[in-house]
Design a protein around this ligand. Sequence first.
Ligand code: SF4
Length: 86
Amino acid sequence: MGINRRRVVTINDGKPGERSVSMACMHCTDAPCAAVCPVSCFYTTADGVVLHSKDLCIGLRICFYACPVRARRSTRRLETSGRAAR
Ligand code: SF4
């Protein structure tokens, strides 16, 4: 099993009419993921792109639950230092 960088939603899985949709970040205005982050690792560029700083992130993953389309994905495994995956 590899890293899933995007969430794929499958409708009518295994049935006639099955469809899959790849869900991506919508770059929300007043991004909920940013609002819940205690270390402010999200920032918005001047042209409205919501970005995430891997250097600031402490791996709580509460942004996963705040995102209305569940676009947040983790690309990291648990680190040997004991820090949570992010
Ligand atoms: S990760 Fe989710 S909550 Fe954050 S900007 Fe993207 S769509 Fe919005």
